[in-house]
Design a protein around this ligand. Structure first.
Ligand code: ACO
Ligand code: ZN
Length: 168
């Protein structure tokens, strides 16, 4: 990613831009309350990329805590990537990769042991991005989306070690 792009935590004054990127890029849209609630509860995994004073991409996540007794029995606390998008003009420059890497790094601050997300079965761009970050398809949820499309659930263990990506 070029140096003129800044990866930083979301702040509430970014909200209007995030909502507009979300509407431009994805059919899954949310209320203002939903965005702000995720930010207030999990500020470290709500991350943006800024370029020339303008937000060009975001990622937001929810930390899902199991019962502590279950966590001990191997049902780990999970970081759920709820939504990630990059404006069309700024794609294929590693911005989503940087957002995912930063979110997975910060998930560890919430004692998360696993990262997961749902992706449309037809979304090859995003699926390729996630595979490059070592997420694997763990299952398929039939008709997960409002329009009837299936979701692939993709997941990986944390911590995320960027260096391991260079190994074959
Ligand atoms: N065609 C083929 N491969 C692609 C494409 C594409 N259009 N886009 C990304 N990839 C793969 C490539 O392997 C790419 O590496 P490369 O450029 O070195 O070949 C790799 O993913 C990483 O790409 P990035 O540049 O990091 O990704 P980008 O910043 O372009 O953003 C994203 C990818 C977020 C999927 C973007 O296309 C987008 O916003 N799409 C619409 C919204 C969307 O689908 N979001 C994900 C929904 S699932 C969810 O939110 C949990
Ligand atoms: Zn989800």
């Amino acid at each position: 990613m070029q140096e003129t792009f800044t990866v930083r935590l979301f702040k509430s004054t970014d909200l209007d831009q995030i909502i507009s990127i979300n509407h431009e890029c994805l059919p899954e849209n949310y209320t203002t309350f939903f965005f702000m609630d995720l930010y207030e509860r999990y500020p470290e995994t709500f991350i943006v990329v800024e370029h020339d004073g303008k937000i060009v991409g975001y990622i937001m996540c929810r930390i899902e805590t199991g019962l502590s007794s279950l966590e001990k029995l191997g049902n780990p606390r999970k970081g759920h990537v709820i939504s990630i998008a990059v404006l069309p003009k700024y794609r294929r420059q590693g911005i989503a990769t940087a957002l995912m890497q930063e979110a997975m790094k910060n998930m560890v601050h919430y004692k998360v042991k696993e990262c997961y997300l749902e992706v449309r079965a037809s979304n090859n761009e995003a699926t390729t991005l996630y595979k490059k970050l070592r997420l694997k398809i763990s299952r398929t949820i039939r008709e997960y989306y409002m329009d009837g499309e299936d979701a692939h659930v993709m997941s990986r263990k944390l911590p995320f070690e960027p260096d391991s990506l260079n190994e074959t």
